[in-house]
Unconditional design. Structure first.
Length: 196
């Protein structure tokens, strides 16, 4: 369910559900619609109708039509269809059709989106501020459990929520070479980032 609109989305796979979570966690997502279309494309003189899995409207008004496929032969075959759909858009259009696979919708990205969406409902600004200060006092880079040690009066759950709030507000990053491929844990490094 999209809590911002009280809307349920009909999703046909875990990949689609993961994509929706990732998109909802973005600050520039205005609206999401699942199973949108059909959109037509001419293939070898014949009209082919295609339903997109997820349509996202960005805050600036651009629409992205996502086609979700598991990596492999079906995704490779669908790439051509997505290219044809894009070729039929007006040349000055900011809209686009995009093929996404499990290479894009990773467990790390989905887990981060789930944590951010949950944190937006339960965050405590005062605790986030304290955890951020503790991170800065630790030199700007620390493991999550280091922050818990510095703030023994806060439960690990509260520290965890504050860390995800800092990540969501772009006050810190998950300091890993490929954060999209890793599920963050209490032993993960986070690093403060400057806000100019």
């Amino acid at each position: 369910m999209d809590r911002s609109t009280n809307t349920y989305h009909r999703l046909e796979s875990n990949l689609e559900a993961g994509l929706v979570k990732i998109l909802l966690a973005r600050h520039d997502t205005l609206a999401i619609k699942a199973q949108d279309g059909p959109y037509s494309v001419i293939v070898e003189g014949k009209t082919v109708l295609h339903i997109v899995d997820v349509r996202r409207t960005a805050a600036g008004g651009a629409i992205t039509y996502f086609v979700v496929k598991a990596e492999g032969s079906t995704a490779r075959a669908t790439a051509g269809l997505v290219k044809l759909l894009n070729n039929q858009l007006p040349k000055n259009s900011v809209d686009r059709f995009v093929l996404v696979t499990n290479r894009d919708i990773t467990k790390g990205r989905v887990n981060a989106a789930e944590n951010i969406l949950h944190t937006r409902e339960v965050r405590n600004n005062s605790e986030t501020s304290r955890v951020h200060d503790a991170l800065l006092e630790h030199g700007g880079r620390a493991k999550v459990w280091h922050l818990a040690q510095r703030l023994p009066d806060l439960s690990l759950a509260n520290i965890w929520t504050a860390v995800w709030d800092m990540l969501d507000r772009q006050l810190a990053i998950f300091d890993h070479p490929t954060p999209e491929n890793i599920i963050m844990s209490e032993g993960s490094w986070i690093r403060a980032i400057s806000k100019d």
